[in-house]
Design a protein around this ligand. Sequence first.
Ligand code: AMP
Length: 415
Amino acid sequence: MKFEDYRLNPKVKKALAEFGYKRPTDIQYKSIPNILKGEDLLAVAQTGTGKTAAFAIPIIDMLYEQKKSERRKSDVNCIVLAPTHELAVQIHTVFERLAKYTTLKSMAVIGGVEQDPQIMKLYKGVDIIVATPGRVFDLISQKALLTHHVEILVLDEADHMLDLGFIKDIEDLIRKLPKRRQTLFFSATINDKIKKIAYSIVRQNAIRIQLSPKDPVAKKVEHSVMFVEMDHKRFFLERVVRENPDAKILAFVRTRVRAERVKKAMERADIEALSIHGEKDQTDRSKVLKAFKEGECKLMIATDVAARGIDIPNVEIVVNYDLPEEPENYVHRVGRTGRARNKGQAYSFCSEEEKPLLEEIQQYIHKPVKVLNVKEDDYVDTLHVDLERKNDYQTLMDEIREFEKSKKSRKKRKK
Ligand code: AMP
């Protein structure tokens, strides 16, 4: 079934056509009719499945149909909660684009930026807010945001919000909302704790939707692992970048310090890189994300906290420079590639000490990750020998460049 055949307002259909969405994805196919009927939802769907539009399309359609010509001041009809600033802004952008031909107004309400302009905008009238839990609660406490007319509450990436310790903020917020409301609960993963919280928020007869529970990673992503020594990882990242000069590459590391260190190592090898992590302020993070999204720089080094849930078009390769400590983060990381109808590659660099983590990941995704035998490659072999002999990084890099040069001239001579 195509979107054209859905009973949606023509203004919503027009925006969908502009987006280039013709047919619903699986999660959209299962969610949209139920949301339009006013049902509560408990959906387990991994990232990259199109879940933002799965709730944004019916919400816009419903609110637009109901909308009275007189807008109430400081009164909001829908609150969407998301774990990070970046995700909130991204969801807001989807609402904004899909509601383009309607009179609905959406707004991102995030912490870390000045409050007064947000209050002013709310006062002028907003229908949908997309927020991180802390700031929205502050605004409600100050009565800058009135919640009497909230009809729909969406919790996106609920599992991540709980991981980040937002549970109290969420509970406090829910107490301020009308009891008669529609609640849509989205989580990428599910366990007993999340189920318990979900059922305390949604109605008893909520519709449950679970997408391919046995295969939580997008099928369009090819996974492979290379066994490399911790200290050699930078050379492998360099190699992935050089072998894929046109690809957008997102590399995940364990800590903020490592993110900066890897960025510097890449720059020493004349590879431009961006870094994104929790220590950067909001303005910086937005700038970095924009530069990467627009392809100004092809390599971004990120920690888990900063990059989960983010939709960046056309990331061809995800590199697990460090394996994630939590296996479910593997799913979130590789979910950055192979989005919607695209294909993706996920390379993991696994050191000896990380092998138990790889084991956990394989159990979690219910399949082995293909091993790439890097020793077969002569370039890497040479690197290994050299690395065993020397530790000086700079000298080594010079030697690698020399090696590359001589390889090229050998090729030329052969011709
Ligand atoms: P999400 O899981 O919401 O982050 O969406 C993942 C990607 O899928 C985004 O780049 C969306 O623009 C894209 N997408 C969502 N719905 C559709 C659709 N029906 N057809 C094609 N692409 C879609």
